[in-house]
Design a protein around this ligand. Structure first.
Ligand code: SF4
Length: 341
């Protein structure tokens, strides 16, 4: 059965016409799903009983079930959701002084194989549909009662490897008649799929692009991220420069510091050379040590020295606040643990 949450508003209007209904029905359904956040067609009380029955017979409303929920002392909540086909995905709700932010998954498993990631070792199973991406947000809001204001595509999966569904989910999230969260409050993270970065620059979606960089030369980066063998640093940085030129939007570079691997001052110097003059920001991430992981966390002293070097040399850099360190907060950890149990 087709998931009603997979449609953006324009698609749903066409779909309604195809089943002999007026297009404005799509707006009513959108309002029920994303503003009233109902869980069944039966609750859509301004639709006729006949239409509700027709919807019931032809479409599903995917309502995830919570398999596990872990709450951190700092307010971070990590969910393991049953996506209703026997698979599970992770979603994390984080609380900041400026509001609630959600980290969502885009795929079940991941093909990229980054060595520092807990999702590595979880085979790629399939892409999430647009509706399944959106449902993560709805399910968390329904469970907690909070209003989410920021979304980061940094959970399990490479968002740009599921390009069409991710972009479509943003159109649903973004729509004033949908969840009405502005694209400026949405961040897409990529391990560096160069052709998709160019494609994204052509879309009229002013979201933030976040690049998982993590190293400044091909040898080190390929060692951490096999995707670098296909799209080496020079091509990735050129794509970023072209993206900035086309969109006039600042790029965020993620740099996970791993002890004795990419956290010394030589690395900081190379990073300055690489990013000099770009409209960008560097987000330094104290790496989350994972079970059987190859990398250890850098010392606080090294992390601060690294940040100060960047800031002193014209690259704006901040250290990401560690959230959920008392729960399985690295992406893939909760799912991996659950698979073993
Ligand atoms: S860090 Fe992201 S892209 Fe890399 S393996 Fe993990 S989920 Fe995939």
């Amino acid at each position: 059965m087709k998931n009603i949450k997979d449609y953006n508003l324009e698609e749903l209007k066409k779909e309604m016409q195809e089943i002999g209904e007026k297009p404005f029905r799509a707006e009513q359904i959108f309002k029920w799903l994303y503003q009233e956040k109902v869980k069944s067609f039966n609750e859509m009380t301004n639709l006729s009983l006949e239409l509700r029955k027709k919807l019931e017979e032809n479409y599903s409303i995917c309502n995830f079930k919570i398999i596990k929920k872990q709450e951190s002392k700092d307010g971070t909540i990590k969910y393991l959701f049953d996506v209703l086909d026997g698979n599970a995905i992770e979603t994390v709700l984080m609380s900041y002084h400026h509001g609630y932010s959600i980290c969502i998954s885009s795929q079940i498993g991941c093909k990229m194989g980054c060595k520092f990631c807990a999702s590595t070792g979880i085979n790629f199973i399939r892409n999430l549909t647009s509706g399944e991406i959106v449902e993560q947000l709805l399910a968390v809001e329904q469970d907690t009662g909070v209003r989410i204001s920021n979304i980061v595509f940094m959970g399990i999966g490479e968002p740009l490897d599921n390009y069409e569904n991710v972009v479509n989910s943003i159109r649903i999230i973004n729509n004033p008649k949908g969840l009405n969260i502005g694209a400026r409050h949405i961040s897409i993270s990529t391990s560096g799929l160069v052709p998709k970065i160019y494609k994204l620059s052509e879309e009229n979606i002013p979201c933030t692009l976040s690049i998982s960089l993590h190293a400044t030369n091909n040898e080190k980066r390929s060692n951490m991220m096999p995707v670098n063998n296909t799209y080496p640093i020079e091509e990735l940085i050129q794509a970023c420069k072209d993206y900035i030129a086309k969109t006039n939007r600042r790029i965020s570079f993620e740099y996970a510091l791993a002890k004795d691997n990419n956290d010394n001052l030589e690395d900081a110097k190379e990073l300055v050379k690489l990013l000099k003059g770009m409209l960008c920001h560097v987000n330094l991430i104290p790496i989350n040590k994972i079970e059987n992981g190859k990398f250890d966390k850098s010392s606080n002293e090294n992390i601060m020295k690294f940040r100060d070097y960047l800031n002193d040399h014209g690259i704006v850099a901040t250290i990401r606040r560690e959230l959920g360190s008392d729960i399985d907060a690295a992406c893939g950890q909760l799912r991996r643990k659950n698979l073993k149990e």
